[in-house]
Structures are given as structure tokens and as C-alpha cells.
Ligand binder design. Structure first.
Ligand code: MSP
Length: 501
């Protein structure tokens, strides 16, 4: 059986979940759901990143212990994902004992082979990034991302000898053309390595909120160094070799473009040092911007998913973010754009198709959906839609996958307009047209279910089918002719009532 292991970054708990976090999580969820339709064995991991200075400081500002703070905020991520119908298989928290054990085992292995050494670190640090900058990267002493003054840190740290991995990383990338997609991001990762790699400081003594270093109790691990290992913790690293080997190294890490260096330089080197293969693929997407800017707490331009779900519903929310922006470049979110797309794609196309079909079946077919024709003019379109959607999901292009499904919706609407069954007398001609349209709707319900699981369940029931399109299995479920006919079709309320623009 094919396997599909997909991850999101684990999110920092200093911030409440916003539509940027949800952007990655919804894409990962839709991919997981697509692979479940394919019959693959899927493992979908998300979670929260709970250590580090930033979280410790946020807890202090809020007058609670870091543990209390992380318990509270981690819960907010779980609530957001439940609101958005995120079907994760595991939610990892880096403060869990299983993660401490995995981090300690992983890094002890690297210490044992001699690639972790003690040294003194002095450098400019940005707490918001939890990252160091060189003078060249921050000539004015301010963080290039946050614009705030950097702190000068000096302490005795353990260093990972990243510099020893330069050539091995370059060789690995040369042999793995798909290790990072899109290609521009792969070039960026290789570019980082070619510039020359410095050893990295991986422990802290100035902070106690972290995973303790097993060989030196004065130190805790630097947050990024513990965080990356979550991808291994969750599949049994160090405790269940068989389970680990089942899922690793064939994994798809979805990340935003600002954490390429960690995932595409540090992480593969850490894996090599620990004696495991690097992750097979990192999929890098751009930022979702609001008013042309990245969302941030300080700019007060963050939008919580609930604000939009309340207004549009969960399926329209998911559809919008999967469809509006292609995976890779940055994209701007606007409320007006969301209303326009909702009205065009969901109210006028998807919702309208179901409502037309149900109305005509009610009036002309006694409310019982007829069976489709084997030689329907829609059959080829349905096949093409499936093939194009499958190809798009395979290259992580959710927007293209949905576009392919919407082509079938539009063509089915056009087919109804050309045939005008609402004007015809009841009889075999109307039955034939309506059977074809119902079958197209059935295929749409299956193909759109990774994006809009609830509404596709609803559509499935309204055309009289039992069960759920999410339990269907491809490719059979997309084959023309699956709608049996003879089922009760229900009109119901509009799936997507039109919004005032
Ligand atoms: N904790 C680290 C990740 C550790 S992974 C081992 C971290 N957390 S974060 O809370 O800052 O989340 C960053 C991720 O959230 C991005 O890489 C991206 O996946 C998602 N996004 C956050 N804001 C975003 C946008 N505005 N647009 C798109 N994605 C964004 O970094």
C-alpha cells in the first residue's frame, strides 16, 4: 500500500492561530484527504512548538508559567483546527515526555559521533525569529524581518558541526532533484550551502525553558534544534524502530518560505549526523499577505480563522485559501476578493448547479434521480477533470486541482443551459439529461471533498447517496456511471447563499 506522511510546521504558542498558520494546515489537510481517497495509508502530523525565549517571555508578560501558557495556547490551535475540520492523525506538543525522549536520543547520537562540541557563542539575536544574525545580515543592528534592535548574546554553548556537512549536503541535493519544491526554493537552499556553513549553537544556559541536554545539565537545547526533531518523535523515533522505518524518510514537510534554512540545510544535516536519511521532500510556499504585508502581532493585521468561518462557513473558508493563491508565490488576502470568489465559484457555480438539478428532478422526475447514460457528453469531461485534478495534487497544486473540478461544474451548468430540461416535458429526454447531471455532481462531490468535506457530504446526501464521498476510493469513484439512479433527490437550503458584494 502506498504511504503518505505529511507535516506542517509546529506553530509557536506565543501567538494565537491566524489565517497564515491555517493556510499551511488547510493545504496539508486537503493533501492528506486526497491521499486517503487514493487509498493510501496516510499520517498527517501537526502540533505546537512550545520552548524558547519567545514563549518564556510571553508567559512572563502574561503572569503565568511557561507550561500554563503553552497549555492554554496549544489548546487554541486545536480549537482552530477543529473549527476548520483538520483531520490530523497526531498533534504533537514539544513539551510532551515522548518528545523529550526523542530529542535527547537523537542529539545524544550526534554527540556520541563527535559532531557536537562545546564553544563560546557571541552574536546578535532576534527573539521574535529565535535566530541569530551576522553583521552582514543586519548591518544596522536591527532584525531584517522584524526591524527591531537585535540583542547581543554571549554564552558557552554546544555547537553542532554543521560545517562538516557542506559537501555531503551538496552531494545529497545533487542526487535528489525533488527534495525541495518549487525549484527556485531548492536553488535558495543550495545557495545557502554554497555560501559556506558555520557551526551552529544548539544549546542555551541563559534559559531553562527547553529540553535538558542529557550530557550536561546546565544546558537546554535551543528551540529550533528540539523543534525539528518533532517530525521523528511522532513516528516513534528511538522507541519503535519498525514504526519509524514505516514512515521515514518518505515525508512531505510543508513550510512557509521563511524557514527554508532550518528545514533544507540544518535538518537534513542533523538527520545525516544522527545516521538517518534526510526527509525526502520539503514543499515551500509563499506568504499570505494582508494589505500587501505579512501578518504580525505588532502590525495588528492578523485575522483569526473564526472571523471568516463565522461569515462564510468552513467549506467556503477552506476552498478560498486552497483556490485563491497558487502554492509557491506570495498572495494577498482581501475580504472583497473572498466575497467575489465565493459568489462566482460557490454561489453561482457549485451551489447553483445542485439547486438547478434538484429543482428539475423534483418537478420533472418526481423527485427521483434517474441513472446517467454511458455515452453522456459529460463522461469525457468528468474523466478529464479527474485526471487533471490527480496530476495537480501530485505536484502540490491545490488551486489547479480545484480549477479542474470547477471546469466540470461549469461544463455541467452549460450542458443544462444547452438542453433546458426545465422547459421540456417530463420523459426519457429529461431523465437522460438529469441522470448525466447527477452523475457529474457525484464525481464533483468526490473530487472536491478534500477541499470541502462537509458540503460534499451534504451534496452526496441530497442526491440520495448513502455514506460519504470521503470514504470513496479513487480511481473507481471517479469512473463515469457510479450514480445508480432511483434515489431520492432533495432540494434543501442553498449550499452557498449569495453574499452582497
Ligand atoms: N515554530 C516554528 C516552526 C518549527 S517547525 C519544526 C515557526 N512557527 S510559526 O508559528 O512562526 O509558524 C510559521 C509557519 O506558519 C510558516 O512557515 C507557515 O507555514 C505558516 N505561516 C505563518 N504566517 C504565514 C503567512 N502569513 N502566510 C503563509 N503561511 C504562514 O516558525
Amino acid at each position: 500500500m502506498a504511504r503518505f506522511y505529511v507535516t506542517t510546521p509546529i506553530y509557536y504558542v506565543n501567538d494565537a492561530p491566524h489565517i497564515g498558520h491555517a493556510y499551511t494546515t488547510v493545504i496539508a489537510d486537503a493533501m492528506a484527504r486526497w491521499h486517503r481517497l487514493l487509498g493510501d495509508d496516510v499520517f498527517f502530523l501537526t502540533g505546537t512548538d512550545e520552548h524558547g525565549l519567545k514563549v518564556a517571555q510571553t508567559a512572563e508578560q502574561n503572569g503565568v508559567t511557561p507550561q500554563e501558557w503553552t497549555d492554554r495556547t496549544s489548546e487554541r490551535f486545536k480549537e482552530a483546527w477543529s473549527l476548520l475540520d483538520i483531520s490530523y492523525d497526531d498533534f504533537i506538543r514539544t513539551t510532551e515526555p515522548r518528545h523529550y525522549a526523542a530529542v535527547q536520543a537523537f542529539l545524544q547520537t550526534i554527540h556520541d559521533i563527535g559532531d557536537i562540541e562545546l564553544g563560546v557563542y557571541e552574536g546578535l539575536y532576534c527573539v521574535a525569529c529565535e535566530d541569530y544574525y551576522t553583521d552582514a545580515q543586519a548591518p544596522d543592528g536591527n532584525c531584517p524581518i522584524h526591524g527591531r534592535p537585535l540583542d547581543l548574546l554571549k554564552e558557552e554553548n554546544y555547537f553542532f558541526k554543521l560545517s562538516r556537512y557542506e559537501q555531503r549536503l551538496l552531494d545529497w541535493y545533487a542526487a535528489q532533484p525533488d527534495a525541495v519544491v518549487p525549484e527556485a526554493k531548492r536553488n535558495e537552499a543550495v545557495g545557502f550551502i554554497k555560501q559556506g556553513l558555520q557551526d551552529i549553537s544548539i544549546t542555551r544556559t541563559s534559559l531553562s525553558w527547553g529540553v535538558p541536554v542529557p550530557w550536561d545539565d546546565k544546558h537546554v537545547f535551543y528551540v529550533w534544534y528540539d523543534a525539528l526533531i518533532n517530525y521523528c518523535t511522532a513516528i516513534g523515533y528511538g522507541v519503535d524502530a519498525e514504526r519509524f522505518a514505516t514512515w521515514w524518510p518518505s515525508v512531505h514537510h510543508l513550510i512557509g518560505k521563511e524557514i527554508i534554512r532550518f528545514h533544507c540545510v540544518w535538518w537534513p544535516a542533523m538527520c545525516m549526523a544522527a545516521g538517518i536519511d534526510p526527509p525526502s521532500q520539503v514543499l515551500v510556499h509563499g506568504w499570505l499577505l494582508v494589505g500587501g504585508e505579512k501578518m504580525s502581532k505588532t502590525k495588528l493585521n492578523q485575522i483569526a480563522p473564526a472571523q471568516l468561518v463565522d461569515e462564510f462557513g468552513v467549506d467556503a473558508y477552506r476552498y478560498h485559501f486552497l483556490r485563491d493563491q497558487s502554492f509557491g508565490p506570495d498572495g494577498d488576502f482581501s475580504y472583497e476578493g473572498m466575497v467575489a470568489r465565493y459568489n462566482a465559484d460557490l454561489a453561482n457555480n457549485f451551489g447553483n448547479l445542485l439547486s438547478r438539478v434538484a429543482t428539475v428532478v423534483g418537478k420533472k422526475c418526481g423527485g427521483i434521480g434517474p441513472a446517467p447514460r454511458a455515452d453522456s457528453p459529460l463522461a469525457d469531461l468528468a474523466r478529464e477533470s479527474y485526471a487533471a485534478a490527480a496530476a495537480a495534487w501530485a505536484r502540490t497544486a491545490p488551486s489547479d486541482a480545484l480549477d479542474a473540478v470547477w471546469r466540470l461544474i461549469r461544463e455541467t451548468n452549460a450542458f443544462l443551459e444547452a438542453n433546458e430540461p426545465w422547459k421540456a416535458e417530463p420523459g426519457p429526454d429529461v431523465d437522460a439529461v438529469m441522470g448525466d447531471a447527477l452523475e457529474a455532481l457525484r464525481v464533483v462531490a468526490v473530487l472536491a471533498s478534500p477541499a470541502m468535506p462537509r458540503v460534499c457530504d451534504e451534496l452526496w446526501q441530497r442526491i440520495g447517496l448513502s455514506g460519504s464521498p470521503s470514504s470513496a476510493r479513487l480511481p473507481d469513484a471517479a469512473a463515469w456511471g457510479g450514480y445508480p439512479g432511483g434515489l431520492t433527490v432533495t432540494k434543501g437550503e442553498p449550499l452557498f447563499p449569495r453574499k452582497q458584494g
